[in-house]
Ligand binder design. Structure first.
Ligand SMILES: Nc1ncnc2c1ncn2[C@@H]1O[C@H](COP(=O)(O)OP(=O)(O)OP(=O)(O)O)[C@@H](O)[C@H]1O
Ligand SMILES: [Mg+2]
Length: 602
């Protein structure tokens, strides 16, 4: 092996041994020359072979491992150059170094020798040291070039192997790059196929990537444009960006996902949408946090559906309320119309006999007058009747009858008049409403209502009669739906009576007598003369605050099941405010009483 050592080159033992063992073939036709040379070389330690002609030398090379050839140029038959040509033509021997031997006197062309492959020339007569030096040097040189060749071959082999490995590695690398590229493409395809918006940020909350949907939503041409941006670079308000980052920070600090963050947002195209975002920590294979993954879903449709559902529910509830209202109105108006019909029927039925009575009272009085005149005539003509007649006159107290009978018939007339008034009132109350308001006397309405409720005002075993105090002002005729207004009066008066009855439960008869139940009805025109105000007040127990809040609510009642439906005031308010454009308000003091104000525009 060649080992560099300073500037010189040294040979290792292996090479030296090869040199030592090398056989040097001497070819010369002059025996003396052969002897001198072989002696010199043998003496110097070389193994020597000899040949006396070119042909023999070639033969000998067949079976002798020769390291170097000393070849005489001038030989009979085959000269040195020709022999050289043969040796160099044989691949087995072509690498054996050949040194030509020439006599100084011989004028050979040395160049020819070198061209044929000789390595050197030695001139006769020989200088022993020169021969040895040249032989040694060429043996070494040859050996070195052999080694070099071997090294070269080895190096070439290694180079080939290396090249092969490089090619293989390059191929492998190429394949992995291809695979990586394909994986990346697949990943991108997957991300872009997902309908959700996907994006990822590093720990500094800088975007590192996103999918197509996300890019499009925020107005970017390609997902690559998002790399390096923060939320403040996107089309959001700074407040919104702050908000996003506060969620991101929470995820980073806790290492936990934040799910279903719902927000209303505006897209790059101006569309208003609802978003549901999940923010999840991203970790490497060692579990170290390196970023956040954002997955956002457009839930606008779902939200809209929910809104619609909510709206529908509200509509349904509204419809239900309206239905309930309609139902209660139906019930009430049914009640009222049944009552009205009954009242009207009764009034009508009474009318005939009352007319009949009223019509006959005067003739009856006339007849009585006639009969009394006849009696007077009898007494004049027969001043002394017999004892039986005398007794009968005394028995029946004729004088008293004569005096009382006209009074009696007069009071009958009064009674008939009252029945007629009642009948008129009943007909007023039961008056069927036309489809538009008509001018009415409010007082008639109130009076007829009181009449209808008379039975409830009357004294009972537990209490004296409920007093109704009327303080009617001067009212013009009011354009209204009289039947419906009567319904309002009935409800308010009935409530007052109910409240009075209730307040009586804890009071004795005398106590009530000392402080009687009283309903006061005051009517007046407002100061601005724009409306009539009907004020109905009672001196019952009044109402507590929580009750006051609810009295106009549908179905709110404090009364026992079956006694109250909780519709009276709701309907009353509707009639006053919606039908007549007026106002129904009240005032109530616990323990003192309640007053209602019905205001109807004139
Ligand atoms: N004058 C009043 N004094 C005290 N409480 C009253 C008076 N008027 C009404 N209220 C209270 O208001 C509630 C609601 O009255 P509303 O007339 O609407 O229903 P109701 O009388 O209970 O039932 P109904 O449908 O039969 O009239 C009553 O249950 C009662 O508690
Ligand atoms: Mg009521």
């Amino acid at each position: 092996m060649i080992k560099p050592s300073g500037n010189s080159i040294t040979f290792d033992n292996h090479v030296t041994n090869l040199l030592d063992n090398g056989i040097v073939l001497i070819v010369d036709d002059v025996p003396n020359n052969l002897k001198v040379l072989s002696d010199t070389l043998a003496h110097a330690g070389f193994e020597v072979a000899i040949a006396t002609s070119g042909e023999r030398a070639i033969q000998q090379l067949e079976h002798t491992p020769v390291s170097l050839i000393l070849l005489d140029v001038m030989m009979p038959e085959m000269d040195g150059f020709e022999t050289c040509q043969h040796i160099k033509a044989n691949p087995r021997t072509q690498n054996i170094p050949i040194i030509f031997i020439t006599a100084l006197s011989e004028s050979v062309n040395k160049v020819t020798g070198f061209e044929l492959g000789a390595v050197d020339y030695i001139t006769k007569p020989f200088q022993q040291s020169e021969v040895l030096a040249r032989v040694r040097s060429h043996l070494k040189l040859n050996q070195l070039s052999r080694t070099l060749e071997a090294k070269n071959t080895e190096l070439q082999h290694l180079t080939e192997q290396l090249e092969q490995r490089v090619t293989q590695r390059t191929q492998e690398l190429f394949t992995s790059v291809e695979t990586l590229k394909q994986t990346q493409q697949l990943l991108r395809l997957v991300f872009d196929t997902i309908p959700q918006w996907v994006a990822w940020k590093n720990l500094n909350l800088v975007y590192m990537g996103c999918n197509q949907v996300f890019a499009k939503a925020i107005g970017l041409n390609s997902p690559d444009e998002i790399v390096g941006k923060t939320d403040y670079d996107l089309p959001t308000t700074p407040q919104q960006a702050d908000w996003y980052r506060s969620w991101d920070t929470r995820v980073i600090e806790s290492g936990q996902a934040e799910l279903h963050i719902v927000e209303e947002s505006r897209l790059a195209d101006g569309r208003q949408i609802w978003l549901d975002t999940n923010k999840m920590p991203l970790r490497d294979i060692n579990g170290n946090l390196f970023g956040i993954l954002l997955v956002t879903e457009d839930i606008t449709e779902r939200q809209q559906a929910e809104e619609e559902l909510k709206q529908q529910k509200q509509n349904l509830e509204q419809t239900l309320v309206e239905l309930q209202r309609a139902q209660m109105q139906l019930v009430q108006s049914e009640k009222m119309s049944a009552l009205g019909n009954l009242v009207a029927g009764v009034a009508h039925e009474i009318n005939n006999p009352v007319g009949f009575l009223g019509g006959n009272i005067q003739p009856a009085l006339d007849y009585i007058k006639d009969i009394f005149g006849l009696l007077d005539l009898y007494q004049q003509k027969y001043p002394n009747p017999d004892a039986d007649i005398q007794d009968e006159i005394e028995a029946i107290d004729l004088d008293y009858i004569r005096e009382d009978l006209p009074k009696l018939v007069g009071s009958m007339r009064e009674g008939v008049k009252r029945i007629r008034d009642i009948s008129t009132s009943l007909r007023t109350f039961s008056r069927a409403d036309s489809d538009r308001p008509v001018a009415c006397n409010i007082h008639d309405g109130i009076d007829s209502t009181i009449l209808i409720l008379k039975h409830r005002l009357k004294a009972s075993e537990t209490r004296p009669e409920i007093q109704v105090i009327k303080e009617y002002g001067q009212l013009p005729l009011v354009e209204c739906f009289a039947g419906q207004l009567n319904q309002v009066f009935v409800n308010i008066l009935a409530n007052a009576i109910d409240a009075l009855e209730e307040s009586n439960i804890v009071r004795g008869f005398e106590e009530i007598k000392a402080n009687p139940n009283c309903i006061t009805i005051i009517t007046q025109i407002s100061d601005d003369k724009q409306k009539v105000i009907i004020n109905i007040k009672d001196n019952a127990h009044g109402m507590t605050e929580p009750i006051k809040q609810k009295i106009f609510d549908h179905l709110f009642t404090t009364k026992a099941v079956g006694k109250g439906t909780g519709l009276g005031l709701a309907i009353a308010r509707q009639i006053v405010e919606e039908t007549h454009g007026g106002k129904l308000s009240f005032n109530s003091v616990l323990g003192e009483g309640t007053e209602f104000f019905i205001e109807i525009p004139i």
